[in-house]
Design a protein around this ligand. Structure first.
Ligand code: OSB
Ligand code: MG
Length: 368
């Protein structure tokens, strides 16, 4: 397979509701789409999950655009590619910049699957034709607003609820949720807002029967998470700390957590995500698929990943309509009683909704 043409698009889509974490708020979601064309005219799509500001990882929309334009597109355009898993190796000489790499690598997986006339999820080894889905609820300004969001999620049938916490918005909030929703499958995500000085506070979360505590400590830490996990009953789930297979192996070795939140973008591509899934399976660690407030193309790739056999906990890839009034894919991602049915169509399994796609495009660059 040879890529003869690549198009980068910069997009902006207004979210139905602003999403707030311990590090900031997203209202207008800006992102990049990579379109790759092969010599036979097949086209594949990848979405770049980097946000406008470097608060989740160091990457941004603009750094990704730059890396794609200067390095990753020149490295892959017109090269003979035997298999999409070659891309991981070809891009390995460039340090980090995981989200920019994942954007083009996932587009190549999509075009490869379309050429095989097979759904992407089957091409990557997925075996689950339905996957369980939960919702992630951002920080709210009032408890009433939080209850309303939880009620909506339950009404829609989502299988678990994740709420964001930060210092000052933690124990009391979780206590009140737990007293109102006694059986709710519930977890929290701190987005690295705490330190080991907060050990007692984090231990007091043990009484609320949480499925897990996601990323309590620093984004670049694994060692202190191991110290914390040894003193917590609640499983720790690592998100920001796991940027590669190597990080995952370190976390396994140090017993820094019991669960991984795998995101294709954060680890640099579908192949790296698969390898982490396989390593977790071998080590008996649980995995689930995270989300990045993606539009439909990124969401479709995440759904394919979550069909791998060892994904067992509900993921964060909610329905398109949970985030946006209109998505860039057709049909949109639907969640039915907390479950997504994998598309059986070739590639990512969703078409681009051309009108919405053009409408949300704010910049475009062609490489050939
Ligand atoms: O930490 O998982 C996270 C959103 C933006 C950045 C980081 C995270 C999140 C979410 C929302 O929790 C996941 C989603 O619904 O897409
Ligand atoms: Mg997280």
């Amino acid at each position: 397979m040879k890529l003869t043409k690549i198009i980068l698009r910069k997009m902006t889509m207004r979210m139905k509701n602003p999403f707030t974490t311990s590090f900031g708020t997203v209202q207008d979601k800006k992102f990049i789409i990579v379109e790759v064309y092969d010599e036979q005219g097949f086209v594949g799509y990848g979405e770049c999950d980097a946000f406008e500001a470097p608060w989740y990882t160091e990457e941004t929309v603009e750094t990704c655009w730059y890396m794609l334009q200067q390095f990753f597109i020149p490295a892959l355009l017109k090269q003979e590619l035997n298999h999409p898993s070659d891309v991981r190796r070809l891009l390995m000489v460039y340090r980090r910049n995981a989200m920019a790499k994942a954007a083009i690598e996932t587009a190549i997986w999509d075009v490869y699957a379309k050429k095989q006339n097979k759904p992407l999820y089957q091409v990557i080894g997925g075996t689950q034709s339905t996957i369980d889905i939960g919702v992630s609820i951002g920080l709210q300004t009032t408890t009433a607003a939080l209850y309303e969001k939880i009620d909506q999620a339950l009404l829609a049938g989502y299988k678990r609820v994740k709420v964001k916490i930060k210092p000052g918005q933690d124990i009391a909030v979780i206590r009140s949720i737990r007293s109102r929703y006694k059986e709710l499958p519930l977890m929290v995500d701190a987005n690295s807002a705490y330190t080991l000085d907060d050990l007692e506070l984090l231990q007091s979360l043990d009484e609320f029967n949480l499925l897990m505590i996601e990323q309590p400590l620093a984004a670049d830490d694994i060692v202190q998470h191991a110290t914390l996990q040894a003193q917590l009953k609640t499983p720790i789930c690592l998100d920001e700390s796991i940027c590669s297979l190597k990080d995952a192996m370190t976390a396994i070795e140090l017993q820094a957590c019991k669960i991984f939140n795998i995101k294709i973008a954060r680890v640099g591509g579908m192949e790296e995500a698969r390898l982490i899934h396989h390593a977790a399976q071998q080590a008996g660690m649980k995995v689930w698929c995270g989300g990045m407030l993606e539009a439909g193309i990124g969401r479709a790739h995440s759904i394919a990943l979550a069909s791998l056999p060892y994904f067992s906990l509900p993921g964060d890839t909610a329905a398109s309509s949970h985030y946006f009034a209109e998505d860039i894919i057709s049909p949109e991602v639907m969640v039915d009683q907390g479950v997504i049915h994998l598309s059986q169509r070739p590639g990512i399994g969703y078409d681009v909704n051309q009108d919405a796609y053009e409408y949300f495009t704010i910049d475009k660059q062609l490489f050939e």
